[in-house]
Design a protein around this ligand. Structure first.
Ligand SMILES: C[S@@+](CC[C@H](N)C(=O)[O-])C[C@H]1O[C@@H](n2cnc3c(N)ncnc32)[C@H](O)[C@@H]1O
Length: 218
């Protein structure tokens, strides 16, 4: 008989710890958020496999827990942080960030996904996430500056508007590279200067928008 979701979630967290995620706050957040409620019912049995991404419809995916953990750890958000997420998808990454930050602004270009994600936040009583349908490569200027920005789709280049919307000392975590492979890049802003470093390889669905990839036609 399959074990319960809580047990599976605990196992996932242990696997994440074993793979080098050391920030206890990130592990606690992922131990608390019921990831199985963010995936379609037929894939719930895979919800806590730490290295599996799952189709959420509209040609999009929910990222592997291992990637969510690495990006969240790199974002280094604290209880006072204002965070922008680009690519709401299922809402799972936003829910994990919301457990750590003061407020999360999350933008999604596909309205059906944004609507479902909003329903999940409401059902789980997560009240510090705002979701908006828009091209997230432009950021969400009205709510800027952000202490952290997490982009969950692959960009050809670091989108300039996102760097501009970082607070002093803020960090942007973004997968950058060609369509079939990227590197998770961290851009830190110090005054008017920025510092870049690379975290790990990644493979994300494309970031489509004015400062991303062009939408495929036909
Ligand atoms: C890998 S999925 C995101 C997974 C999501 N963070 C989660 O926890 O389920 C990438 C998402 O980025 C969205 N996306 C792509 N380009 C975008 C853009 N310019 N602005 C906003 N969202 C975008 C896609 O529609 C897709 O839902």
């Amino acid at each position: 008989m399959p074990r319960g979701f809580e047990y599976q979630r605990q196992r996932m967290v242990e696997a994440l710890r074993g793979s080098g995620i050391s920030d206890q706050r990130v592990l606690d957040a992922m131990a608390a958020i019921p990831r199985h409620l963010f995936v379609p019912a037929q894939w719930r049995h895979q919800a806590y496999a730490e290295d599996v991404s799952i189709n959420i419809g509209q040609g999009q995916t929910i990222s592997q827990p291992r990637v969510v953990a690495a990006m969240t750890q790199a974002a280094a958000v604290g209880p006072q942080s204002r965070v922008l997420e680009v690519g709401t998808g299922s809402g799972y990454q936003a829910a994990v960030l919301a457990a750590l930050a003061q407020f999360v602004f999350s933008v999604e270009r596909i309205s059906a996904l944004a609507r479902e994600a909003k329903k999940r936040m409401d059902a789980l009583g997560i009240s510090n996430v705002s979701i908006k349908v828009m091209d997230g490569t432009l950021g969400w200027r009205a709510q800027a500056p952000y202490d952290a920005i997490v982009v969950t789709a692959g960009a050809p280049e670091v989108p300039d508007p996102l760097v501009e919307q970082l607070a002093d000392g803020g960090r942007l975590v973004v997968p950058v590279g060609p369509l079939d492979r990227q590197v998770l890049t961290i851009v830190e802003r110090r005054g008017r200067r920025t510092k870049r470093r690379v975290l790990q390889n990644a493979c994300f669905v494309p970031l489509i928008g004015l400062h991303g990839w062009e939408e495929e036609r036909g």
